[in-house]
Every structure is written in C-alpha cells, then in structure tokens.
Design a protein around this ligand. Structure first.
Ligand SMILES: NC(=O)CC[C@H](N)C(=O)O
Length: 311
C-alpha cells in the first residue's frame, strides 16, 4: 500500500468515528436530509486514485460548482469578467448583502453567492437558461470523464422555493446594471448548477486540471492555460471558504472551495486533486470534518503550498 493510500484510509477511519460532526445545512430544506454520519475522501495523486469511506456517494456540490462556472465564464469573457466581480476576500458570510450596497452592486469575489450569481449571468448571456445549464453540466462531465453526473432536481426546486436571499442579492445587482439577463433566468441557472450531484471520486477527477497547470494529466488535453489555473487556485486560497478562508489557509495550506452540501475540493498544485465530503458544517458554512481531514492529509503528505514539516 502506498503512503497516500494508508493516509487516506486512516483519515477516513478516524473521521467515521469522531463525535464532533458539525451541523447539516437546513436553510435549503432538501439538504437537511443528508446523513451527518457520512464521510468520503478521494485523492488523485501521482500514483493514481486513493479513496475511502463514502467516496462514491453523490452529494450536492453546491458552491463547489462556482470553481467550474468561474472557469467557464473566464473562457467566455476573459479579463472583462473582472468588470462585473472583484477578486478580494469578503470577510463576510457567503450570502451577505451589506457589502453589495457599499460597493455599488459589484460583488467582492466570484465565490460568495452574489459573485457567483454575476458569473452565472455571464455564462447565460446569449443562451436560453436550459442551454447554459447544459453547457455547465457537460463541462463537468467532460473534465471528470463521467457522463453519469447529474442535476438533482429536488435540491434545485427546494432552493428555488426558499432562496429569498439570493433573489434579494440578484435583484440588488440588477438595479446597479451588474446583471444582464432577467433575474429569474439567472437565478434558475444558479440554483440548478448548485444542485449538481457528484461523488468525491468524480469531484477529484474534475479538479485535476487545477492541480496540473490547466491540463488533464491523463489525456494531455488543456482545459485552461497554466496562468489561468494558477489564478483560479489563488482565488480558491483567498476566497474559497468565505470568512473561514484565512483559517483554512492557516490550517490546511491548500487552495480549496467548499459548499454547504459538505463537500470541499482542494488542490495540491503539481501533486493532487482532492475531494472530501461530510455534511456537517462549521459556523462559516464549511464542512467541519472535511477541513480537519484535509489538514491531516496535507500535513502527512507534506502538501501545504507553504512548505512541508522538516522530519
Ligand atoms: N455556500 C454555499 O454552498 C451556498 C450555495 C447555495 N446554493 C446558496 O446559494 O445559498
């Protein structure tokens, strides 16, 4: 067994037995059905894939989808995207509205809800909502090399019924001219891409281009340029965990993006694409055990981008 396999197995065993599991999100009612006892991990490293626990169980990727919509929007709009959304950490909860007023409807970064809604609006322009959503889903299926990835309609409907804050954020941005499309259309696509269901194994597969300078390491196909991959990683490090981003960088030391479904995609540049999932969240809405598992893994493998422990 490789060192990576051993680490992944031990981490999964420890996570399965820990009593502290965080709180499952319930503001989207359908997410409250998740089992707080679940834990999965999949790591695609230099020697192949190491997976353990519930690594093959699909979960709602929620805000992890924002990494992929950002990638698509940058492909469509290039640097013009940065006229519609900033690149600074927010220091506020993911669905905060106060900052938007101060900054005249231009969201701080593409990973808070307002920023991701603006990014979705860029992808939607020139398309019907159904086509735009198809583009996003097919992109994920392509980079993960898995056509079984799907949108969980029950989750999308549940969020549409209860997404009053996101509707407020979108309407507010619309009033400043930051959104081009009808608010309902943009929100519809946003709710549906948040409702994409993937397993840890599929998510780690999808993240490979970020670990390998924009390239799929098996096919050699370029998904984005090395510069773009670097920049997406920079945004994940500084903004990927909302107002828990500093703590995540401090403890884990890897670019990462979390979602309220309890998933985290983390990237060890040049080394590995990692997905963890445990539905219980901490106070910032990030997976409680997911973060702890990544901290253990990065330490054991010496993967922090800030350097390894000296043995
Ligand atoms: N942090 C998250 O994963 C939030 C995503 C969720 N769909 C929302 O808009 O509230």
């Amino acid at each position: 067994m490789t060192a990576l396999n051993a680490a992944v197995r031990e981490i999964a065993d420890e996570m399965a037995s820990r009593p502290d599991r965080g709180e499952v999100a319930d503001y989207i009612p359908e997410l409250a059905r998740a089992d707080p006892g679940a834990f999965g991990i999949a790591v695609i490293g230099p020697e192949g894939i190491a997976a353990a626990g519930d690594a093959d169980a699909p979960f709602s990727i929620q805000s992890v989808s924002k990494v992929f919509t950002l990638t698509l929007a940058l492909g469509l709009a290039g640097d013009r995207l940065w006229n519609r959304v900033g690149r600074e950490p927010s220091g506020n909860p993911f669905n905060s509205i106060v900052q938007l007023e101060r900054e005249r409807g231009v969201p701080r970064n593409p990973f808070i809800n307002a920023g991701a809604i603006a990014v979705t609006d860029v992808i939607l322009s020139g398309h019907q909502p159904r086509e735009a959503l198809g583009e996003i889903l097919r992109f994920l299926q392509f980079i993960a090399e898995d056509e079984t990835i799907y949108i969980d309609d029950a989750v999308a409907k549940s969020e549409r019924r209860t997404g009053f804050r996101n509707a407020a954020l979108a309407n507010y941005m619309k009033s400043f001219g930051v959104l081009e499309n009808p608010v309902d259309f943009t929100l519809g696509v946003y709710f549906h891409h948040c409702a994409i269901a993937m397993s840890c194994r599929q998510l780690a597969m999808a993240g490979r281009y970020l670990a390998h300078s924009g390239r799929n390491p098996t096919t050699g196909f370029n998904v984005v340029s090395p510069e773009r991959a670097r920049r997406i990683n920079a945004l994940m490090l500084t903004c990927g965990h909302y107002d828990g981003s500093g703590e995540f960088a401090y403890r884990v030391g890897l670019p990462g993006k979390s979602g309220v479904g309890g998933g985290i995609l983390a990237i060890a540049p040049g080394k590995a694409s990692i997905a963890v999932w445990s539905p219980g969240l901490d106070a910032n809405g990030n997976s409680h055990l997911g973060r702890i598992a990544l901290e253990m893994l990065a330490k054991r493998m010496g993967w922090s981008i800030f350097g390894a422990d000296v043995p």
